[in-house]
Design a protein around this ligand. Structure first.
Ligand SMILES: Cc1ncc(C[n+]2csc(CCOP(=O)(O)OP(=O)(O)O)c2C)c(N)n1
Length: 649
C-alpha cells in the first residue's frame, strides 16, 4: 500500500521514519506529476515545496495551528497530506479539488487565495487575533506559519505586511521559499539581495555554523533565544549589508536547504521558540524531482497545456504517434495584441511596455526581445506598474501596461487616482478578461469592467475578434487619454493577419439586421450572438446584431436606434452582470425613453468556480446554446405580469 494512502490526518507524518518520509516525498511528487499531466496545474512550484509542507506539518499541529500558503499555487503537497489524495485527480475540474487552498475543501486550508502577496498579511491578521486572546487561553499557543515565494515577497502588499509586522512583532514563522524564480526569473532589488545572500562565501560559513548549532536548540526555554541571538549576530557580522529583514524588526535565519527535511524541521522548531516574528530563508529548486520541470520551470509553473504537450517535452514519455501531434491552433488574442504593439512600437519610440511579473503570460516577452530598453518588468507589483505608467505618460511616453484582468484589481486605486485623475495616455491591456477556467474563483476576469465604468476619462473597449483588437490597439495608442482594452485568454477566430487601423471611439457597428430582437454585445461574445441570431431564424425570429466595441463611451445612438420597436433587447458580456455593460445599455435606453424588455446575458452574481472554460460558459448560460435558451425564455414571458429576472420595462 502506498504511504500516501495511509495518511488521512497530517499528524501521521509525525510518526514516520526518515526513510518513510523520503519515500512519501517521492510519492507526493509522483502523484502531482501524474495528475497535472491530465489536468494542468502549478506543477513546478508545488514540486519545490514538498519538504516545506512535510516539515510544517511535522512541526505544527494543523488545523489547530495555522499554515498559510501565499498565492496558494505551491500547496499541492499540503492538499495531499490533508485528506485529499483520493480526489486529487479531480484537480481544477468542475466540482473537483481547487488549484489553491479552499476553505470549503478542508479545515486545514486557512483562506481562499490565488493572488500573490496576500499570505503574510493574512498570517499577521491571524496572529493579531490570537494575541488578543487572554494570556491563559491555550489558543494563545497557536503556531502560525506562512510560506511565501521569493517573487511574492517583493510585492507591495507583502512589503506593507512585513513593515507592520516588524513593528507589532507578533510571533509568527515566515518561510521564504527562494527558488530564484517568479514565473520567469525573479526581478527587483530584494531579489538581487537574496541572490547575494545565497552566493556569498561568508554566508556559507555562517550558514553551516547555524545549521550545526540548530540541533542543540531545546524545544522550550531560554537557551533557544540565546542560540538564535548568536546565529543572528553571526549573521549580522557577516552580512552587515544584507540585514534587510533584521533591519525592519524580523529575526532572520538562513539560508537553509529547503529540500533537507531535517534541517527545515530544526529551523522551524527553533523559530517557534522565539517570541517574535522569524523569517526562515530556504533555498529550493523549482520543479524539484521531475527533470523536465527542473530544466524548464517556466513552462511547468502553470502547466495549462493539454496533457499531450506535457508529454512532448517529457523525455521519459513514449514519443507521440504522428496522428496525435498537436493540431494547428489559431492565434490567441494575446499574441495578436503583442504583434500589433510591436509593429506600432517600431515606428513610435515613445511606446513602452510594462508587465507585473508576467512577461510570458501577457506575451510582452516578445516586446522585450525587440525593445529591451523600452520594456519593464516591475515584479508582482501591479499597483506600482499602473502608477509608474502614469509617471511615464506625464513625461511624454506612451506606456502600455499589460495585466491579467484579475491581477489588475490590485491596481485599482492607481487607475482611479493616478491614471484617470491625471487623464494620462496609459493603455491598460487587460488580458484574460472573461472566464479563465481552471484557476477558479480568484482568477476569473469578471470584475474590472463594472469597476472601471465609473471612472472619468477612461475609455473602455473590447474587440469582437482578433483583427478588431489590432484596430483597438492602434486607436488606443493614438488617443490622448487613458484607455482600457479587454480581451480574453481564448484563441481568436483564425482570421488572416492584417494591420490595424484607427476606429472612432464610441462608435459601434451593425453586423446584421433584423426586425424582432436586438442582440448587442461587448467583446468576443458578439460571435456567439451571431450564432444565436442564425439559430433564431429557425424560430421565425429575425435579429439585429450590434457589436458595441465600447462600453464607455457607449454608442447610445446606435443602440437606441436599433432597440426601438423590438420585442426584446439582449445585452451580452463575459463579465459580472452587476454594473457592467448591460447596465450601461439599460440606462441609455431608459434615458432615451425606449422601454423594451431587456435580458442581460452576463455572469451571475457570485464567484465562478474552477473548471474548463467551455463547461463554465455552459453552466453560466453564456455560451451560444445558453444565450439562445435565455432569448427563447424571455420571449415566452407574457408582455404583462411577471418581470423576467433581468428584464426592465
Ligand atoms: C497579484 C498577482 N499577480 C500575479 C500573479 C501570477 N503569479 C502566480 S505565481 C507567480 C510567481 C510567484 O513566484 P514566487 O512567489 O517566487 O513563487 P514560486 O512559484 O516561485 O514558488 C505569479 C507572478 C498572481 N497570482 N497574483
Amino acid at each position: 500500500m502506498a504511504l500516501l494512502d495511509t495518511i488521512d490526518d497530517p499528524r501521521h507524518v509525525r510518526e514516520m521514519s526518515p526513510d518513510q518520509l523520503e519515500a512519501l516525498a517521492a510519492e507526493l511528487r509522483d502523484k502531482m506529476v501524474r495528475t497535472v499531466k491530465q489536468t494542468g496545474g502549478h506543477l513546478a512550484s508545488s514540486l519545490g515545496a514538498v519538504e516545506i509542507a512535510l516539515a510544517l506539518h511535522r512541526v505544527m499541529d494543523s488545523p489547530r495551528d495555522r499554515i498559510v500558503w501565499d498565492t496558494g499555487h505551491q500547496a499541492y503537497a499540503h492538499k495531499l497530506l490533508t485528506g485529499r489524495a483520493d480526489r486529487f485527480d479531480t484537480l481544477r475540474q468542475v466540482g473537483g479539488i481547487g488549484g489553491f487552498p479552499r476553505r470549503g475543501e478542508s479545515e486545514h486550508d486557512v483562506f481562499d487565495g490565488g493572488h500573490a502577496g496576500t499570505g503574510v498579511s493574512i498570517a499577521v491578521g491571524l496572529a493579531a487575533a490570537r494575541d488578543l486572546k487572554p494570556k491563559a487561553d491555550p489558543a494563545r499557543r497557536q503556531r502560525i506559519a506562512v510560506c511565501v515565494g521569493d517573487a511574492a515577497i517583493g510585492s507591495g502588499l507583502t512589503m506593507e505586511a512585513l513593515n507592520h509586522l516588524g513593528h507589532v512583532k507578533h510571533p509568527l514563522l515566515i518561510v521564504l521559499n527562494d527558488n530564484e524564480m517568479s514565473i520567469s526569473p525573479s526581478v527587483g532589488g530584494l531579489s538581487t539581495r537574496l541572490n547575494k545572500m545565497r552566493l556569498s562565501r561568508a554566508y556559507q560559513e555562517t550558514k553551516s555554523a547555524t545549521v550545526r548549532a540548530l540541533p542543540r536548540v531545546p524545544i522550550v526555554g531560554k537557551p533557544a533565544f540565546s542560540l538564535l541571538a548568536w546565529a543572528k549576530e553571526s549573521f549580522k557580522r557577516s552580512w552587515a549589508k544584507v540585514g534587510f529583514f533584521e533591519d525592519i524588526g524580523i529575526t532572520y535565519i538562513g539560508v537553509l536547504d529547503g529540500h533537507d527535511l531535517d534541517e527545515l524541521e530544526q529551523a522551524f522548531e527553533a523559530a517557534f521558540q522565539i517570541p517574535a516574528p522569524v523569517l526562515v530563508h530556504v533555498k529550493t529548486i523549482k520543479g524539484r524531482g521531475y527533470a523536465p520541470a527542473e530544466q524548464d520551470s517556466m513552462s511547468f509553473h502553470g502547466a495549462s497545456l493539454p496533457p499531450i504537450d506535457l508529454c512532448v517535452i517529457d523525455p521519459t514519455e513514449e514519443p507521440l504517434p504522428p496522428e496525435t501531434a498537436p493540431k494547428h491552433k489559431p492565434k490567441s488574442f494575446t499574441q495578436t495584441f503583442v504583434e500589433e504593439l510591436v509593429r506600432l512600437a517600431e515606428a513610435d519610440a515613445r511606446i513602452c511596455a510594462i508587465t507585473a511579473g508576467m512577461p510570458t503570460g501577457t506575451g510582452l516577452q516578445r516586446f522585450c526581445d525587440r525593445f529591451p530598453s523600452r520594456f519593464v518588468d516591475v515584479g508582482i507589483a501591479e499597483q506600482h506598474a499602473v502608477t509608474m505608467a502614469t509617471g511615464m505618460g506625464l513625461a511624454g511616453l506612451r506606456p502600455v501596461v499589460a495585466l491579467y484582468s484579475t491581477f489588475a484589481q490590485r491596481a485599482f486605486d492607481g487607475l482611479v487616482h493616478d491614471v484617470a485623475q491625471n487623464d494620462v495616455p496609459v493603455l491598460l491591456a487587460l488580458d484574460r478578461s472573461g472566464l479563465v477556467g481552471e484557476d477558479g474563483t480568484s482568477h476569473q476576469g469578471m470584475f474590472m469592467l463594472p469597476a472601471m465604468r465609473a471612472l472619468p476619462n477612461v475609455v473602455i473597449g473590447s474587440p469582437k475578434d482578433e483583427q478588431e483588437l489590432r484596430d483597438l490597439v492602434v486607436t488606443a495608442l493614438g488617443h490622448p487619454g487613458p484607455m482600457a482594452l479587454l480581451y480574453p485568454r481564448d484563441a481568436g477566430e483564425d482570421l488572416p493577419d492584417r494591420i490595424g487601423s484607427a476606429l472612432e471611439i464610441g462608435r459601434g457597428e451593425v453586423l446584421r439586421a433584423g426586425g424582432d430582437i436586438l442582440l448587442v454585445g461587448f467583446g468576443p461574445i458578439v460571435q456567439r450572438l451571431m450564432a444565436v441570431a442564425a439559430e433564431l431564424e429557425g424560430d421565425g425570429l429575425s435579429a439585429t446584431v450590434v457589436n458595441a466595441r465600447w462600453a464607455k463611451p457607449l454608442d447610445e445612438e446606435l443602440i437606441a436606434e436599433h432597440a426601438a420597436g423590438k420585442r426584446l433587447v439582449v445585452t451580452a458580456e463575459e463579465s459580472s452582470a452587476m454594473g457592467g455593460f448591460g447596465d450601461g445599455v439599460l440606462d441609455a435606453l431608459n434615458r432615451a425613453g425606449i422601454h423594451v424588455p431587456l435580458t442581460k446575458v452576463a455572469l451571475a452574481e457570485g464567484f465562478v468556480h474552477h473548471g474548463a472554460v467551455d463547461d463554465l460558459r455552459a453552466q453560466q448560460r453564456i455560451d451560444a446554446p445558453g444565450i439562445l435558451a435565455q432569448v427563447r425564455e424571455a420571449l415566452a414571458v407574457p408582455a404583462k405580469g411577471r418581470r423576467s429576472k433581468v428584464s426592465a420595462a
